[in-house]
Design a protein around this ligand. Structure first.
Ligand code: GLC
Length: 553
């Protein structure tokens, strides 16, 4: 048993919120071009408000050539024309607030788009602009080799060579992601000042905070040393000179000062893939960022013991700096969890590329995956701290594995040399209603198809189909979100209840959460059942792959 729970008396909204991730290009299309947009999102706000989430996180909506679905930003102070206008964005922010929700935007500070004015000026030979990026001469007698051995996260070298004004091969620039995403040099004061100003631009428009893209990438090790054997596949698990360097913390102390200068103070959530929770906790010190995604639960296999270890470690680390844990099961970068849980489970934590390597090797059992996904939702919503939902998980959407190659858009597909299909499968536009694609994603009569094809089988998973079915996953989420507010709020640590190895059970305050990840049913103590992810057996036992919330005796 762990220590008795400690109840913090007062929590801020962002310490216990449920935040819904709006992947804007796939949420709702208002103008019929097959791409989600601001008008579509605005129309669906009543749905989000009635779902019971506290806040929205909207993926990048800035002007972008879309080399990486908007994570290549050409102008940080405007809206991508395909999504709408700045005036519409301002109205939307007001409407979200009027609907009782907060709104977080996504800031992309590690790199700009290669179409950003700064980079264009750098390419044209402007030395001041060039100094804001990471240009280096190549190695080899003619500089024909990249400056170091770093690899892009999407595959291939992290360097691209430019051509000089005279038309000869020139220096190389660093891009930890796509060539269209040149990395900024954060040791340059102008870069620091520019982003603090961008923060203010949006804070002044009333947004409540930012999700920070690649928060662990901004500072690079001095001299950009080779990574050696660690270069591939080590992004999250081992130290690397491109990631998680001490210099990032000074940047975030500056950002915190900006956020704290507002009333009410604005907040941050970091996307920081770092090797340990101890490293993650550094981002959460009281003068840095408020929250950071806890990605280990998202990587954990369907195994009670793995999940319990992950939860214990995460809660202890967050606690060590007085921060709230931030749970997430899916997002726009990883295989949807209904699919992750639909295949045999390994003993280790799982990366999405590994998950995707099993496509075509083992068929997914989606009924099983969905059953487990429903249970996992009850688990995460019962944990202390913040919960992030990725759009469509409340509809039990699964990964679309059979997108035709010619339609794939994620740069991972091309940069991996067509070996990794990439992240499109979790980004397929939402099904809202109707019997066939586009399932009301686009308005009726729209000429364009959704930007990625939707499976015909999603007819049974539309919002409309699930709305009136009390057994649907949407109904489960609605009930869970309503009850969470009443039962599980606060930061009380989970107090484990000893049970079988394949069972995860804990108490927080007067409520218990039991989850059975094994094949055999589990007799439960006699308690009042508040919510279950599947019906219990006739004798009141917890079936396989099911979670339940109970009132303690
Ligand atoms: C983050 C985003 C991902 C993007 C990458 C580069 O990991 O979540 O979608 O490709 O950063 O900006």
């Amino acid at each position: 048993m762990s220590d008795p729970p400690t109840q913090q008396s007062q929590t801020a909204w962002w310490e216990t919120a449920v935040v819904y991730q709006v992947y804007i290009r796939s949420f709702a299309d208002g103008d019929g071009d097959g791409l989600g947009d601001l008008v579509g999102l605005r129309k669906r706000l009543p749905y989000l408000a009635s779902l019971g989430v506290d806040a929205l996180w909207i993926n990048p909506w800035y002007p972008s050539p879309m080399a990486d679905a908007g994570y290549d930003v050409a102008d940080y102070r405007d809206i991508e024309p395909a999504f709408g206008t700045l005036a519409q964005a301002e109205e939307l922010i007001d409407d979200i607030h009027a609907s009782g929700m907060k709104v977080l935007l996504d800031i992309v500070p590690n790199h700009t788009s290669s179409q950003h004015l700064w980079f264009q000026a750098a390419l044209a030979g402007d030395e001041t602009a060039r100094a804001r990026y990471i240009f280096r001469p190549g190695q080899g007698s003619d500089g024909e080799l990249p400056p170091n051995d770093w690899h892009s996260v999407f595959g291939g070298p992290a360097w691209t060579r430019v051509t000089t004004a005279e038309g000869t091969p020139g220096d190389w620039y660093l891009h930890l992601f796509a060539p269209g995403q040149p990395d900024l040099d954060w040791s340059h004061r102008e870069v620091v000042d520019e982003f603090e100003d961008v923060l203010r631009f949006w804070f002044d428009r009333g947004i409540d905070g930012f999700r920070i893209d690649v928060a662990h990438g901004l500072s690079k090790a001095d001299g950009l040393p080779d990574a050696g054997l660690r270069e591939v596949g080590s992004l999250h698990t081992e130290p690397h000179p491109a990631w998680d360097q001490e210099g990032v913390h000074e940047i975030y102390r500056g950002w915190r000062r900006v956020a704290d200068s507002y009333d009410p103070p604005r907040i941050f959530v970091a996307e920081a893939w770092v090797p340990s929770n101890e490293r993650l906790a550094k981002y959460l010190r009281s003068d840095e960022l408020h929250t950071a995604f806890q990605f280990d639960l998202l990587r954990a296999p369907w195994r009670a013991s793995s999940m319990r270890d992950v939860i214990d470690d995460a809660v202890a680390a967050a606690d060590s700096v007085g921060a709230a844990s931030t749970w997430v099961l899916s997002n726009h970068d990883v295989v949807r969890h209904a699919t992750r849980y639909a295949r045999s489970q390994p003993p280790h934590l799982v990366e999405s590329a590994w998950d995707r390597s099993r496509w075509g090797v083992e068929s997914p059992d989606l009924e099983l995956g969905t059953r487990r996904a429903r249970a996992a939702a009850l688990l995460t919503l019962a944990l202390p701290g913040v919960g992030y939902l990725y759009q469509g998980e409340e509809l039990a959407l699964y990964e679309v594995e059979d997108i035709p190659s010619a339609l794939r858009q994620d740069p991972t597909w091309v940069q991996s040399g067509y070996t990794d299909p990439g992240r499109d499968g979790c980004r397929v536009p939402l099904p809202w209603s109707g019997e066939e694609p586009p399932f009301d994603f686009s308005p009726s009569g729209a000429s364009a198809q959704p930007w990625l094809p939707q499976p015909a089988e999603w007819a049974s998973l539309t919002q409309q189909a699930q709305e009136k079915d009390p057994t649907s996953t949407l109904s489960l989420y609605r009930s869970a979100l309503r009850l969470r507010g009443e039962l599980w709020e606060g930061l009380t640590a989970p107090q484990w209840i000893e049970s079988r190895d394949d069972v995860l059970a804990f108490r927080r305050g007067a409520v218990e959460c039991w989850m059975n990840t094994g094949p055999d049913e589990l007799p439960l103590p006699t308690r009042q059942v508040l919510l279950a992810s599947q019906p219990l057996t006739d004798s009141g036992a917890l079936p396989a792959d099911t979670a339940v919330w109970l009132v303690s005796a």
